[in-house]
Write a protein that binds this ligand. Structure first.
Ligand code: BG6
Ligand code: MG
Length: 216
């Protein structure tokens, strides 16, 4: 095989958690007396928890919150979010995701998760996917957010492969940038209009094959 490893973003690639993030953030905003749209929520994809909060507070023109207050808000949102995440079942795995990761493994290609989410372990457990990955790098082990390449470089390191031998699967613009900044190929999950920098874009992993991987 041309590539030795595939590194997958979690939210938006393996499972659609954006709807749960939106519900929980919206509840927080509503408690503070404002609202934001699903369209605005698109801008939160791939963005870390605290950076998301900053964007939302900006939309609500909430100023002057202390760091401690912001921490409390993020914790409150995360409790609502994890309440929903805890109800998830393997039925929610996005179409073709499990099959493609398994196909990589069967072909001798290593697999890793590279996600900004601190909830990665619980989500993978609920989806019964933990065993499918040789390495898991998430928001608990990185300090620099995408588009910084740290999460993917750590993934390559954990797998013992060089960045040039890795392909990243990402649904967020910042994630595609992070992959390219790491010196890796980037497969966009979404639309070519949004993910203009990706090497190739498909609507989901059900539309991607090992043959397409070889052609990158
Ligand atoms: C990313 C999501 O994967 O993880 C973002 O796309 C989210 O929407 C970020 O804010 C952090 O997630 P968590 O679970 O640590 O709050
Ligand atoms: Mg994502």
């Amino acid at each position: 095989m041309k590539y030795k490893a595939c590194i997958f973003d979690l939210d938006g690639v393996i499972v659609d958690t954006a709807v749960y993030h939106y519900k929980a953030w919206k509840r927080l905003a509503n408690e503070m007396g404002f609202d934001f749209t699903e369209h605005q929520n698109e801008q939160l994809k791939g963005v870390s928890r605290m950076a998301s909060l900053e964007l939302i507070l900006g939309w609500g023109q909430v100023t002057g919150a202390t760091e401690a207050e912001k921490e409390e808000m993020a914790t409150r949102k995360n409790l609502w979010y994890t309440d929903m995440i805890n109800q998830m079942t393997p039925d929610e795995i996005l179409s073709g995701a499990r099959e493609f990761v398994q196909a990589c493994r069967d072909a001798g290609i290593k697999t890793a998760i590279g996600s900004a989410s601190k909830n990665t372990p619980i989500i993978l457990a609920k989806l019964q996917l933990t065993q499918l990955f040789d390495a898991i790098v998430d928001g608990n082990s990185v300090s620099k957010a995408k588009p910084n390449p740290e999460v993917f470089l750590k993934g390559a390191e954990a797998l013992g492969v060089s960045p040039a031998d890795c392909v990243v699967f990402e649904d967020a613009v910042a994630g595609i940038e992070a992959a390219l900044n790491a010196g890796m190929k980037a497969v966009g999950i979404g639309t070519p209009k949004m993910l203009t920098e990706a090497d190739v874009v498909v609507s989901g992993l059900d539309k991607f094959t090992l043959e397409m991987l070889e052609e990158l």
